[in-house]
Design a protein around this ligand. Structure first.
Ligand SMILES: Nc1ncnc2c1ncn2[C@@H]1O[C@H](COP(=O)(O)OP(=O)(O)O)[C@@H](O)[C@H]1O
Ligand SMILES: [Mg+2]
Length: 581
């Protein structure tokens, strides 16, 4: 954390200096008050004659000091907030950058909900921790040691009373802290649970409604909430008992000081003013101790949050960048050489000894049942994941040797799940090529068969898409994603099940248009329908992560059993559809 504190250290130091000013003023006041009583009112130094002018003089001094202390307090507050907010901001920015650099396996590992909780709630906890640390630590330490010292100078007997009571009070506080500490850790974890449920349920609210799961989800959320409240109540109960006990001890000390004080005033060893000052110092000291407990509560919460943020800040990108800048003679060749793959940490193979080559300009289709590894396979080409064994070559160079940016500039992917952003359709299409002209955006949209529906909407290409594309139908979203992939004009185009929501005619029109808009690029089409893949130059049939067949539609129909089965099951459906129509 020092790295961040260092940047805003001048503000923190200023805050500390002003805090010293504020507490010093608190500490000198009881001394002045005791002089007002002893010398001004009782006239103890003047044979019992008080002095109104001294009361005035010291009164004005006191008001001045209070005002100065208040000013220091305000400035301290301002600088504390400047430093803690800036530190929080810097941490948040760094976390965001780290997350943006995360590779796919790391995103899988953390999970979206947890990442969002960390950059919001945990950073707030750390901010509070920093401001309390700068403000509270100095204040508490100065109040405690300052009032002990001042009291010692006033009267050693009173100091002795306080020193005797000190271990009792501190012991009581430590007992409560020990009881409450594990509860704070649990509190943070339970808050995490609530945030995760909230996150999941709000983003999936449409599914919840569709499946009539409201009552179940309400109960799930209610249960998590109840657990949080139970823990919070336990913390509150501990502190509810602690406060009166500490208060009782405090008043016990005050009473003893008054008792001893009255004897000492009688014997002339102390003055009423000194007794009054001693009582004020005692309350200041105990306030300091109480503040310390509050500090420890927040510090333990802040440290728990900081640990979670460190996990983000310390995580290095798992896929290390190569140094190759992507300049090659070949344009758009892909080779899988004996590739096996499993998702990190799962121990379950997804792809098993896959080898094939796609030549520049060729159209390769990959088909197979859901879960057979099609998405996993195409994700290896832009190196979203690293192979477990073997290698993937793009234009003759292992993808691990490329700089990732250079590799991904060669490749354009329409992911299986179409993600749109909350901006205009135009910007959504030009997402991978922000400087694209409207003409090329239109041409890409036309090829993706999206032109018609975009033009039909009142604001055309300037229509703003709702968050995550909620305002578009599944097929419309897919078409915008396809247009986004086309407009980039990359050497390699990958469409991962991108036409699944399109009807057969629209899909066929798209394939024809794609050939004419990017004739030279290598195309990989992942699909599940025979009708979608039959025109491809070559088709790979995947089954359980293995290649079950490879060839043209005609060749596979003759030689590949799996393909024949799929063909018959699907063509049967088509025939039935025709009959129904
Ligand atoms: N991020 C992931 N982490 C762990 N396992 C995954 C992940 N994505 C997919 N899988 C698993 O890998 C297998 C292949 O998935 P996938 O490649 O998406 O299949 P397909 O695209 O052919 O439907 C499935 O069994 C799936 O459960
Ligand atoms: Mg898939």
């Amino acid at each position: 954390m020092w790295k961040y504190v260092k940047r805003y250290l001048p503000y923190a130091v200023l805050a500390a200096l002003f805090m010293i000013g504020e507490v010093s003023m608190d500490l000198v006041q009881p001394g002045i008050m005791s002089r007002i009583v002893d010398e001004g009112v009782l006239g103890l130094n003047n044979g019992g004659t008080g002095s109104l002018s001294l009361i005035w003089k010291l009164g004005v001094w006191m008001i001045g000091l209070v005002l100065f202390g208040g000013l220091c307090g305000s400035l301290n507050n301002a600088f504390v907030h400047i430093s803690s907010q800036n530190i929080g901001n810097a941490i948040r920015k760094d976390c965001f950058l780290r997350i943006m650099r995360f590779s796919f396996p790391q995103l899988d590992q953390f999970g979206t909900g947890s990442l969002i909780t960390r950059v919001t709630n945990d950073i707030t906890q750390v901010q509070t921790f920093v401001s309390l640390f700068v403000r509270g630590m100095i204040r508490t330490a100065m109040l405690m040691f300052g009032s002990m010292y001042c009291m010692f100078r006033l009267n050693e007997d009173f100091e002795f009373i306080v020193v005797c009571a000190f271990p009792l009070i501190v012991g009581c506080l430590i007992f409560c802290m020990v009881k409450a500490s594990p509860l704070f850790v649990r509190l943070q974890a339970q808050l995490d649970d609530i945030n995760e449920i909230m996150q999941e349920d709000v983003s999936g609210i449409r599914v919840i409604k569709a499946c009539v799961r409201e009552i179940y989800e309400k109960a799930r959320f209610g249960k998590a909430n109840d657990e949080l409240i139970r823990t919070q109540l336990r913390v509150l109960v501990i502190f509810a008992f602690m406060n009166p006990v500490v208060n009782a001890l405090m008043y016990l000390v005050v009473t003893v000081i008054l008792l001893v004080g009255s004897f000492e005033v009688g014997s002339g060893k102390a003055t009423p003013g000194i007794v009054m000052a001693a009582i004020t110092y005692t309350t200041q000291l105990l306030n300091g101790i109480l503040m310390l407990t509050m500090l420890f509560q927040n510090i333990s919460r802040g440290l728990a949050s900081w640990k979670r943020l460190k996990e983000i800040l310390r995580s290095e990108p798992q896929l290390m960048d190569g140094s190759f800048d992507g300049k090659t003679d070949k344009r758009g060749e892909i080779e899988f050489r004996d590739v096996s793959f499993e998702y990190p940490g799962t121990g379950q193979g997804v792809l098993d000894h896959i080898s094939f080559t796609v030549h520049p300009g060729e159209t390769l289709a990959i088909m197979g049942p859901t879960g057979c590894g099609k998405t996993s396979l195409v994700n290896l080409i832009p190196r979203f994941y690293d192979v477990t064994a073997g290698a993937v070559y793009v234009d003759g160079v292992d993808v691990r040797e490329y700089r990732q940016k250079a590799l991904r500039e060669k490749i354009s992917v329409a992911l299986q799940k179409s993600e749109l952003f909350n901006t205009t359709i135009r910007e959504n299409i030009a997402w991978g090529k922000p400087d694209a002209e409207l003409e090329s955006i239109r041409a890409a949209a036309a090829a993706a068969q999206a032109d018609d529906f975009i033009n039909a909407s009142p604001e055309g290409y300037h229509t703003v898409v709702a968050e995550r594309g909620m305002s578009l139908s599944g097929g419309q979203k897919q078409r915008v994603s396809i247009a986004r992939a086309i407009v980039k004009q990359a050497e390699i185009l990958i469409f991962d099940d991108s036409t699944s929501a399109l009807d057969l005619k629209t899909e066929a029109d798209f394939y024809t248009a794609l050939q004419s808009i990017s004739p030279g690029s290598t195309k990989i089409m992942v699909a599940q329908r025979i009708a979608s893949v039959r025109r491809a130059d070559r088709i790979i049939v995947l089954e359980n992560g293995k290649i079950a067949g490879c060839g043209s539609h005609g060749e596979l129909l003759k030689s590949c059993r799996t393909y024949q089965d799929i063909y018959h099951s699907q063509m049967g459906e088509e025939d039935e559809k025709h009959e129904c129509a």
